[in-house]
Design a protein around this ligand. Sequence first.
Ligand SMILES: NC(=O)c1ccc[n+]([C@@H]2O[C@H](COP(=O)([O-])OP(=O)(O)OC[C@H]3O[C@@H](n4cnc5c(N)ncnc54)[C@H](O)[C@@H]3O)[C@@H](O)[C@H]2O)c1
Length: 329
Amino acid sequence: MNVLLTGNLGYVGTVMSAYLQTKGHRVRGFDRGYFNECALEHPVPADEQVEGDVRSFDAAALLGIDAIVHLAGLSNDPLGELDPQLTHDVNVGGTGRLARAAKAAGIGRFVFASSCSMYGLADGTVALDETCPQNPLTAYALSKVEAEAALRELTDERFRPISLRFATAYGYSARLRLDLVVNNLVASALARDVVALESDGSPWRPLIHVEDMARAVECALEADLGRLGGDAYNAGTESENYQIIAIAREVAARCGGVPITAKPPGGDHRSYNVAFGKIRAAFPSFRPVWTLGTGIDDLIARLRALGRTAIVDDDAYYRLRKIRALAAL
Ligand SMILES: NC(=O)c1ccc[n+]([C@@H]2O[C@H](COP(=O)([O-])OP(=O)(O)OC[C@H]3O[C@@H](n4cnc5c(N)ncnc54)[C@H](O)[C@@H]3O)[C@@H](O)[C@H]2O)c1
C-alpha cells in the first residue's frame, strides 16, 4: 500500500515508518520537521519525504496514495497548555483539512492517532471503555476529542476513518521523547541513580510500546472498512495499565535497585485505567508484544549501547522545551 504518514519525523512516526516499510508498505512522509534533528542515531528514512504543515495541507501530496496515517500534531499535555489556540489549529484544524483533502481525493482509509488522555480523570478501579464519558483536562486532550468529532462529521459510506485512542507511549525510538513517563524515569535512573517522581505515584496510566502502536496501525490499514471504519478504538492492552508508582518500581528494579523519590499529589490530575476489549474483538490480529519490563530493558540497553545514558537534561528530547526554543528563534 502507498501510505502517507504525517508526523513521520516524530517519536512515534520514526518507529512506525520503518515498521510499515518492513511490512511491505511504501511510506511517503509528511512533516513540518520540528524535531527532525532531535535524533540519537540516524533514523531509517521514509521512501519519500514531503516537508509541509497540515494547517495548509496541499492535496498534491496525496497523488498515488492509498491510505493515510495521521500522526502529525502538537503532542504533549503541557505543550498544549503553552498555546491552546495553536494546539487547536494544528490538531483539530489540521486534521480537518487533511481529512477533507483525503475525502475529496477518494481516499477512504484514514487512521488517526487519537489518545486515551481524553478520559482525563476517573476512578482507577473502573476500566474505561469507548462508551464512557470523556473528560478532557487539557487543551491537548480536548483537541483529540474535537478532531475525532470532525472526522465523524466527514464519515460516510466511502470515507471511513479509524481513530485509535492510544495509551501513553514508551520505548526506544531514534527520535526519543523524555517527556513520557516511562522514558523519563529510565533516563532519570540512568543519569542520576534515582527514580524521581513528580507526584505521589498514585495516578493510573495505560501504556503502549511505540512499536506496538505501529502494530495497531498495521491492523487498521488492513481492516474491513465497511464493518470497522468510522469508529474509535482504545489501543493498548489491560495488562499494561499501571499506577505510576508501579512503573517507578519496575524502572528502579531494572536500573540496579536505585531509590525512588515521590512528591505530594501535584497539579497533574490525569488518572485513567482503560479497557481494550473493543480493539481485541475488532482486530483479533492486534497483539501487543512488548511489556513494560521488556520495554524498559530494551531502552536501557539501547541508551547504553549508544553511550547516551546522560541525556536526561537535554532539551532536544522534551517537546515543550524544544518548541519554546524554536518559537524564540
Ligand atoms: N506519544 C504518546 O504517548 C501518544 C499517545 C497517544 C497519542 N499520540 C499521538 O500520536 C501522534 C504522534 O505522537 P509523537 O509522540 O510521535 O509526537 P511528536 O511530537 O514526537 O511528533 C509529532 C510530529 O508532528 C509534526 N508536526 C507538528 N505539527 C505539525 C504541523 N502543523 N504540520 C506537520 N507536521 C507537524 C512534528 O514535526 C513531529 O515530527 C500525535 O498525534 C499524538 O497526539 C501520542
